[in-house]
Write a protein that binds this ligand. Structure first.
Ligand SMILES: [Zn+2]
Length: 235
């Protein structure tokens, strides 16, 4: 069996490891989500009403809270300042719904406070979109055509997407921290309910950790492939 083929196969294990990590984290999120979707909060205020109130208490009353189709599609859009809550969250008073909605409200507060990392992340988006599309074609074209600069450029583009996924981690953790603080200060969840909401948000943060790890593993794979190629040429 030629060495080259074996090498490509073994680095693929890194991609598979990344996929497994991602699936495990997603399983954990679904478990926590299902569990705390079934737990109604004592106060009984819906997620949509609670976040609108919590944001206006912080002086941030221009955010538009609206329902959005789908499951776990909740997001805050800084472009038009809308906080979009999925069907199962918007009108729900469950611990999971309030936790998820508060996390998105945390993102709205990041924008309101001009949180530096959020701005940096938004600034990177156009470059990351181009980089993630171009990295693999450049890399493999460089390999096939034996053009080192293309290989390097492909790796650099991919490294940009890795940097982006690493930057996502502190932004997401900060949003959860802000959200949980608002829930506690407003009293929409009691202490026991808060710990449930925290579990849902920790599980959600783990999916970002898993995708950052997967991106890192992919970067290592590209570096290994490039290195084996150049050392083969030298020998
Ligand atoms: Zn988030």
């Amino acid at each position: 069996m030629p060495y080259r083929g074996m090498y490509f196969d073994s680095t693929y294990l890194l991609v598979i490891l990344g996929l497994i990590l991602g699936l495990a984290a997603q399983g954990l999120v679904r478990y926590a989500y299902r569990k705390y979707t079934g737990v109604r909060s004592e106060k009984g205020v819906t997620a949509a009403v609670a976040v609108a109130d919590m944001l206006s208490r912080c002086g941030n009353d221009t955010v538009q809270v609206q329902p959005i189709a789908g499951e776990m599609t909740d997001n805050y859009n800084p472009g038009n300042n809308t906080l979009n809550l999925s069907q199962n969250v918007y009108g729900s008073d469950s611990v999971a719904a309030l936790g998820i909605a508060a996390h998105e409200a945390g993102h709205a507060m990041q924008k309101y406070d001009a949180y530096a990392l959020l701005n940096l992340r938004s600034m990177l988006v156009p470059a990351v979109n181009i980089g993630s599309q171009a990295s693999m074609p450049l890399f493999f074209l460089g390999l096939v055509a034996s053009l080192d600069p293309l290989v390097t450029l492909g790796i650099a583009c991919f490294a940009l997407t890795v940097l982006f996924s690493l930057l996502t981690l502190p932004v997401e953790i900060d949003a959860s921290r802000r959200g949980l603080r608002m829930l506690r200060e407003s009293g929409y969840l009691n202490a026991e309910e808060l710990s449930g909401a925290r579990k849902v948000l920790i599980a959600a943060a783990l999916t970002y950790v898993a995708s950052a790890l997967a991106a890192l593993l992919n970067l290592v794979r590209l570096l290994l492939i490039a290195q084996s190629r150049s050392s083969r040429r030298r020998s």
